[in-house]
Design a protein around this ligand. Structure first.
Ligand SMILES: Nc1nc2c(ncn2[C@@H]2O[C@H](COP(=O)(O)OP(=O)(O)OP(=O)(O)O)[C@@H](O)[C@H]2O)c(=O)[nH]1
Length: 401
């Protein structure tokens, strides 16, 4: 038997969950409904019990037995109504099951007491006991074990009363006993089936909920993984800037929009000067640190609409939509100055950090990103050749210092 099945196993005799915890969860869940149904059925059953006072009167008239019967019926009905009210307010199907069971014992006692007071109407009373027993099992919500004891009390009490006060022959007593045994057996089996089915239904619902919960968790995990993968693909691990491929995608979209809106577009290629010597002098960890600082400077000095990416090694790219040559020159020089003024680590104090920036402008209609990158790269090379630490611009194949 799997652990899942064990958890929801239903006892073959009581119709309750074998596991105490599961049974308490179930009873807590149905407590509101059980309270309402208990109250309703108690009111109905006690009123029916009270209405039999009319047949008592027809049979007995205003005799001593009638007064005793009416008193007993009033007591039983009042107690049941009081209990219906109490259950409605404080009934707890988990902790106060005795409160739900009490009306059964009161009603059973009331029915048993009718026999000595109206022994001549035993045949009618037998029918009433059979109906009451079935009502105990099926109509008044209670636990199978509790109902069984209350019904057996009713059957045994009624049979004893019949033998003692109605003067029945042993054969009739035996027939009555058999009828009551059968009634109890049918009621027991019906309620056992009902209790088991309800609990199995509950177990299925719980399993479905657990599976849904598991699925939701799985979806959240997958979304998380997807986000992480996207992050890995789109971001440069060292600087946090766009990766080369992601930069290309975003820059292409920006360039296309600029073309459609007929607005200027500039592209920067930024290369750190003498970066190899930084690595050689202070080591790769310091080199990495310098790269992250330059990336931060780029992110700070540019607009949120500009796209910045790490193109590889110590090269960065910036796509600047809606930026003409004059603005591009100003922005690049500001960035160059910012890098030069970056506060460095103490041990690197002797170092002069600088970048060379090549700018390509997309003035023609047919300029695509690849050709812009090529032009920016070419002009950057010119800047390096001419001494580094400078901003150089290329307009449609023309070079400018
Ligand atoms: N620390 C570090 N170094 C890198 C990284 N990627 C590339 N490099 C190094 O950057 C250096 C680039 O050197 P070069 O291409 O010769 O350029 P440079 O020394 O900056 O010289 P110029 O560009 O001509 O001024 C190489 O030594 C690479 O190993 C990185 O992610 N971290």
């Amino acid at each position: 038997m799997s652990s899942r099945n064990t958890k929801y196993a239903v006892h073959w005799l009581t119709g309750q969950f074998c596991e105490y915890r599961m049974e308490s969860v179930y009873r807590r869940l149905i407590k509101t409904r059980a309270r309402f149904e208990s109250r309703l059925s108690l009111i109905l059953v006690s009123l029916i019990f009270g209405m039999f006072a009319i047949t008592d009167y027809n049979l007995l008239g205003l005799t001593r037995e009638y007064y005793l019967l009416i008193t007993m019926r009033i007591v039983v009905v009042s107690l049941c109504l009081l209990l219906a009210f109490t259950i409605g307010r404080w009934g707890n199907y988990f902790r106060k099951i005795w409160l739900h069971a009490l009306p059964l014992w009161i009603l059973a006692t009331g029915i048993i007491l009718i026999v000595p007071l109206r022994p001549e109407s035993l045949a009618t009373q037998v029918t009433a006991v059979v109906v009451a027993t079935m009502a105990f099992y099926l109509l008044i919500p209670n636990l199978l074990t509790v109902v069984t004891f209350a019904s057996l009390y009713l059957s045994v009490g009624f049979l004893t009363s019949a033998v003692l006060f109605a003067d029945i022959s042993p054969v009739v007593a035996l027939r009555l006993a058999l009828l009551l045994i059968m009634t109890n057996a049918v009621g027991f089996c019906a309620l056992l089936r009902l209790e088991s089915l309800q609990r199995r239904q509950f177990a299925l619902l719980q399993e479905e909920r657990a599976q849904n919960h598991h699925l939701l968790k799985e979806i959240a995990l997958r979304k998380d993984l997807e986000a992480q993968l996207r992050m890995l693909a789109e971001r440069d691990a060292l600087t946090g800037l766009d990766s080369r491929s992601h930069f290309m995608k975003r820059a292409k979209a920006l360039l296309q929009r600029s073309r459609m809106e007929k607005k200027p577009f500039s592209l920067f290629m930024i290369d750190v000067d003498h970066f190899k010597s930084i690595n050689d002098t202070w080591g790769h960890i310091h080199g990495d640190w310098v790269l992250t600082k330059i990336a931060e400077a780029c992110a700070q000095s540019l607009r949120p609409t500009d796209v910045i990416g790490r193109f590889g090694g110590e090269e960065f790219m910036v796509a600047l939509p809606d930026t003409g040559p004059d603005d591009a020159q100003i922005v690049a020089e500001r960035l160059q100055k910012m890098v030069a003024e970056l506060p460095l680590k103490e041990e690197m104090s002797g170092m002069r950090l600088s970048v060379t920036i090549g700018i390509a402008l997309a003035n023609t209609e047919d300029a695509d990103l690849e050709s812009l990158i090529m032009r920016a790269d070419q002009i950057l090379y010119v800047g390096k050749r001419d001494g580094r630490n400078r901003v150089v611009m290329c307009r449609e194949g023309m070079e400018e210092g």
